[in-house]
Write a protein that binds this ligand. Structure first.
Ligand code: SF4
Length: 255
């Protein structure tokens, strides 16, 4: 009996993994004796609408999917799902701890990132590294990624169809890593993730919800390099994140 149960669990896990690999983010509900007929109940709902000043995107009660980060990386290898593949040198998948509690998400790779295949390198990346250290963490203790994995020509904003093609892989990355908190870097990342047109200056400074996860929008490090007077509000945002990490008992060096 135990062997049969183990076999059943193993088969169910494999089926869930298969559904995840094919982008199927719901499971059919069991037949309802009250309704007397089978029903299909989506478990993941997108997108969301603004709730007052706090923006919520995605369902809050999604179950953790069985997703492997390396599997997602392999699915993206050689990706030609959108026109950004034409001029890229490297797919910039992301880097950091595969089970990080804290995840930083930016917009898209720039020129240096495209050359190296690593997110947030160059001057803005160095500033992000200093921000992470100031939070009592190291770069390899968090995960850093972008919504779009290939550099848009001339660093233009990604188009909606490019976001549609690439964002599902970000969602699967998030499922695989399972962060507790996300920091959205810059207006584009914050607005895209939260499905809102609000200005970053209005969004930052408080937590929002992204598929059940706490999300803090803040200014992009590249913007900070051009506007150093905005470092103070960014530090305030990071302090809120640190306080939440401490409340949740997440690892970081306290200063
Ligand atoms: S941007 Fe994303 S969807 Fe488009 S080609 Fe690159 S990896 Fe594929």
């Amino acid at each position: 009996m135990q062997d049969e149960l183990a076999e059943l669990v193993s088969a169910f896990r494999a089926h869930l993994a298969w559904r995840g690999a094919h982008g199927i983010r719901w499971i059919p509900a069991a037949d309802s004796p009250r309704l007397g007929a089978a029903s299909v109940e989506p478990l993941a709902v997108e997108p969301a609408s603004p709730q007052g000043d706090r923006v919520s995107a995605g369902a809050d009660d999604e179950p953790a999917a069985l997703v492997d980060l390396e599997q997602v990386r392999q699915e993206l290898a050689g990706c030609r799902r959108c026109r950004l593949s034409a001029e890229r040198h490297n797919i910039v998948f992301g880097e950091g701890s595969p089970d990080a509690d804290l995840m930083f998400i930016g917009e898209a790779p720039g020129g240096e990132e495209d050359r190296q295949g690593i997110p947030f390198v160059g001057a803005a990346g160095q500033l992000l590294t200093r921000m992470i250290k100031a939070m009592g963490l190291e770069r390899d203790e968090v995960y850093i990624g972008n919504i779009i994995k290939c550099r848009p020509p001339g660093n233009r904003d990604p188009n909606p169809d490019e976001i549609d093609a690439c964002e599902p892989f970000l969602r699967r990355q998030i499922d695989a890593i399972g962060p507790r908190i996300i920091i959205a870097l810059g207006a584009f990342a914050a607005r895209t993730l939260l499905r809102t047109d609000q200005a970053i200056s209005r969004l930052r400074g408080r937590f929002h919800t992204y598929h059940g996860l706490a999300l803090m929008p803040t200014f992009h490090p590249a913007y900070l390099l051009r506007n150093p007077e905005q470092k103070r509000p960014v530090w305030q945002d990071l302090q809120l994140v640190m306080a939440e990490m401490d409340r949740l008992g997440l690892n970081r060096r306290r200063t």
